[in-house]
Design a protein around this ligand. Sequence first.
Ligand code: BG6
Length: 500
Amino acid sequence: MNQNDNQTALIMIFGATGDLAKRKLFPSLYRLFEKNKLSDKFAVIGVARRPLTNEEFQQSIKDSVESAIEKEDRIEEFASHFYYHSHDVTDSDSYAALKNMANELDNRYELNGNRIFYLAMAPEFFGPIALHLKSDGLTDVTGFKRLVIEKPFGHDLESAKELNNQIRTAFSEDEVYRIDHYLGKEMVQNIEVIRFANAIFEPLWNNRFISNIQVTSSETLGVEERGRYYEKSGALRDMVQNHMIQMVALLAMEPPIRLNTEEIRSEKVKVLRALRPIEGEEIHKYFARGQYGEGTLNNQSLPAYRQETMVDPSSNTETFVAGKLMIDNFRWAGVPFYIRTGKRMETKSTKIVIQFKDIPMNLYYQTEQQLKPNLLVIHIQPEEGITLHLNAKRAGTGMEATPIKLNYANKGIDGLNTPEAYEKLLYDCMRGDATNFTHWDEVALSWSFTDKISAVWENTKDESFPNYASGTMGPKAADELLEQDGFFWWPVTNLDVDNC
Ligand code: BG6
């Protein structure tokens, strides 16, 4: 997969005092270091506005790792690789100082001129930083240079194009690593393996045998401190444009001719090109939006979205989206891919349910109910695993059928949790494997799909908002979306691996 084994690099993290760096990036780098997946030849420059000494910065690294990981034997050694640069993103002198520091560390740690620039800060700075990195000479290196960029990649297609143009003046497409952290999740990566490494699924993976696919990603958290960002984003931009559409692409893509970055991305792009555009009045038939009101979860009373900090008290922003995606190609014609995602829902869960068509003739009966359809459930989080729902004979003298479940719980390496998405993505980037990052074509196609929906939603106030209580599975309209097709949402709580 375009990999080389050289994990030597200078990593510059822009936004090093931010939440993402502390919660995800530093602990993930530490885990790689501890597993010897990061050679001793690495150095990190933390870049942020506030003044800090190297010692203070190193202390913050230790604090962040210690709060995330229980055993951190090599923390002193690890933290000694970190340096700090107090930066003004608009000032060339500041980039010049950063360049000197980078060159010096490059020599000291023998980093072969390899550089990773990680942009983990407010998106309005992504473009200007990329331009400065080039004009101020930080990208003039003898080794590789890579740009890792967090979401959101633009606010719509127009702004994404503009950002992409700015970035591309300094980095070529194959040097750009656009993060979609769902692509780093163990079970999201497993979709391909389940599909393409088993003889029993792929022959059934089409509109002859699958009746519908349901992808749910529900959260219990509300908007927290991110009201300002979320008001402009909403669930459509925050979750659907990226994570949800990416999961659909992995479920729907054709088998690639090879398991390499180019081939996999190219198959995903084809799916996105086949995605039926939904616009104008049609949107009401294909999509439902919601906004959480007050409610209770685990006996705790929760405020409505409109009462959250930095949120307009009459906000029209959606905190929930359900949609029906149709992929108009030979394999999927007629099979709805239902997606739903929302904040302040009943449970934190990401699951994919593949519902197979009923058998042509039902010879068996079950007391009080019809035979259950076969389901393949892929549990993405919090539990990881696969469940296959079948029917079998109920033990005893009769010939009655009963639903059974074949279950696989993924306990990860050594029975511990599987590696955090960021750990895998950072490692991939160090090795030059961009497979689990989004290509510009994917980003552009996703935006052009969701832009048509936001165009309608932003211009029509939803008078029913708030239309679901916190602690529930979303508005009634989301259920009706499936009912009109004769389906219903498989309840995510009953499908848990541990319940089987
Ligand atoms: C992020 C969104 O991309 O994904 C957040 O910006 C959301 O709003 C998060 O909470 C969900 O990620 P996960 O890994 O907890 O499912």
